[in-house]
Design a protein. Structure first.
Length: 272
């Protein structure tokens, strides 16, 4: 399995001794593929944009099962109490995002693509987004991840996420004072509790669990994604995510039709 690699703008300081989780032979293959695609999605000195790998992960209209791994689809938690998720728990498509707050590509996705996905697919019940903290750029990354978790304990994770990924924020660093200021900006009501929660063993355990899962599936850089078990790596163009989500939604509709013997409403563009 490839070792985790950094994006071109940062050096990874996280330990490379993380043990991969074992999910089965299919996931071992998926992990290798995700690691390879993840590296090329963010490798330095590449010509063109990160869209060059999009054809390998989203051209699934001819075969919706190509590149999909059921074991990876099973990593979706679909927990109604998950404070680091948005969207219906029964949404036909789940996008799992493994990301780091010090990652420039993650910020690009958070600012340029994710809001459009939320508007287009989360709002109509097609998509659920589940966040996984995957800090790979050292101590400040891990502190930001714990802070994000702490904000989530007071129902302000996505507001903190937006504040931390705003243009120019990561360049100011994620020291304790900065993280508290971001929490205040995000509207976290009890800042003293936020500080305690961010420094707690519970925060470390939650972040560690997400991080181990990321390493276990072969993620080698950030952001990395799973869409109903289909790996996608890098801040790909909107069209890549659109095709993957709509393919997954169509497959889910077909599966539901087969179970019921009828026809369900269109998940891709219908109202709630």
């Amino acid at each position: 399995m490839p070792k985790p690699k950094s994006s071109p703008s940062s050096s990874r300081t996280a330990s490379s001794s993380k043990k991969p989780l074992i999910y089965g032979a299919g996931v071992v293959l998926a992990a290798s593929l995700l690691g390879l695609v993840s590296y090329w999605a963010t490798a330095p000195d590449r010509s063109g944009s990160s869209s060059s790998s999009s054809s390998s992960v989203a051209d699934a209209t001819t075969d919706p099962d190509a590149g999909v791994y059921p074991e990876l689809a099973g990593l979706a938690r679909r927990d109604a109490g998950d404070k680091l998720a948005q969207g219906r728990v029964d949404a036909p498509v789940v996008l799992i995002e493994y990301a780091d707050f010090k990652c420039g590509y993650c910020g690009k996705f958070a600012r340029d693509t994710e809001p459009a996905l939320v508007k287009k697919y989360v709002g109509n019940g097609t998509l659920r987004i589940e966040w996984r903290n995957f800090p790979i750029f050292g101590a400040e990354s891990e502190a930001a991840a714990r802070a994000a978790w702490a904000a989530g304990q007071q129902g302000r994770f996505w507001q903190f996420h937006r504040a931390a990924y705003a243009e120019g924020v990561k360049e100011k660093g994620f020291g304790k004072d900065r993280l508290k200021a971001l929490a205040q900006q995000a509207g976290v009501p009890d800042l003293d509790r936020f500080v305690r929660d961010a420094d707690s063993s519970a925060a470390s355990a939650a972040v560690g669990k997400d991080q181990e899962q990321g390493y276990g599936i072969g993620a080698t850089s950030t952001p990395s994604f799973l869409i109903n078990g289909r790996p996608i790596a890098g801040a790909q163009p909107m069209e890549t995510f659109t095709r993957a989500i709509e393919t997954a939604a169509e497959k889910a509709r077909g599966t539901e039709d087969a179970k019921t013997g009828g026809h369900t409403g269109g998940a891709g563009g219908g109202a709630k």
